[in-house]
Design a protein around this ligand. Sequence first.
Ligand SMILES: NC(=O)c1ccc[n+]([C@@H]2O[C@H](COP(=O)([O-])OP(=O)(O)OC[C@H]3O[C@@H](n4cnc5c(N)ncnc54)[C@H](O)[C@@H]3O)[C@@H](O)[C@H]2O)c1
Length: 395
Amino acid sequence: MINIGIVGAGNRGIRCYGIYILKEKKDVARITAISDPDRKRLEVGKKVLSLDENAIFTDTEEMLKKAPLDAVIITSPDYTHKDIAISAFNKGLDVLCEKPLALTVEDCDAILDAQKKAEKILCVGFVLRYNNFYKKMYDIVNVEKKIGKVIVAGAIDSVSTGSQYFFHGWWRLRKNSGGLLVQKATHSVDILNWIVNSRAESVYGAGGLAVFGGNQPDTKRCSSCEIKNTCPEALVSGIQWDYGEENIVMEVEDKCVFAKEIDVYDHEVLTINYENKTRAFFVESQFTPDYKREFWFIGDKGRMYGIDPYIVSEKDRKKPYIEIVYRHTRKKEVIDVKLEPGGHGGGDPGLIEDFIHCCITRKNPLADGIAGRESIAICAGGEKSIETGKITNLR
Ligand SMILES: NC(=O)c1ccc[n+]([C@@H]2O[C@H](COP(=O)([O-])OP(=O)(O)OC[C@H]3O[C@@H](n4cnc5c(N)ncnc54)[C@H](O)[C@@H]3O)[C@@H](O)[C@H]2O)c1
């Protein structure tokens, strides 16, 4: 039986991983403790996971010292990941750390050093690697080798939920999230790295803050704002998370998305050079009307395009598909992908299954620490390039 502690009793920690382990993994794993500085969040976690009072901690270090643990799942905010992951490794625990692994490549390296010394498992929250759409694109390129050697690749992240997700809360400050390339793009950049199957050697970026940010006071909140009924960005009611048993209202931050303090970009464009000579582009915008991820891989034998409309408005919801066009014959092949149940098209259950499997077998997870580090190298390197106007060399 693997004893697991959850750090951060929020959306990912309780609603996603905690409930899944409680319901689906009870023969091999159990949640023995949760930590969160927010007492209200702890109470929700305690109730949902049926824990005793002595299993809940407002101090993560205390939990790591006192609770019976073999592994931890780190689902606290991004800027806390590094210290908690290192502390967990120093105490001999296996670690599942949500993405981004850390805010800088130096911090990722410090985590990887601690992992190496401890000889423990490190899995990073790259749930898309466990979703059939991304697995199929990986296989077409790297197993079936249908499009030959990939020479040009690219991805566009269209994020319709930028306002709700990022600009009302702690993510909007670079010191908390590392910027939205590090926070959000790390997923799709990891998919590029995985399918291109190489390490990036340099990245060049352009970007800015065009729609969000502005001159409003940093303390201004939607709930008490005079234009809350007409502002299209206003967050007027608490977000309702479905915990399966009953709806629980989680209070989320509702700061004004036009505040002065916002210092993350809302759109970025990257050019990535890989060691194997593949060149890639990446584009992200936080204000598109629809939510989707699109990928292009152009090889010497053909071109593959894949679209994952993971969240669009229900009325327009479409299934993900992959299209291959072969170079000389111009023959077209369209592949519909069937997703597994669960969050991120089956990626959330896939990730937790792999982590628990690796804790038992001592194998390396598919989404490992190196993948976490390599994606941050590009994303943090891209943020730096936007700032300096120069190419960031990554090696
Ligand atoms: N893999 C994915 O697709 C995915 C999706 C969403 C979020 N995430 C990541 O998961 C993490 C959590 O996101 P979320 O949406 O669950 O956020 P959330 O705000 O719902 O939960 C985070 C919780 O951590 C708590 N917390 C703050 N500081 C802490 C500390 N020092 N120790 C312990 N707990 C602390 C907060 O009180 C909060 O309850 C973030 O790193 C985020 O980037 C990953």
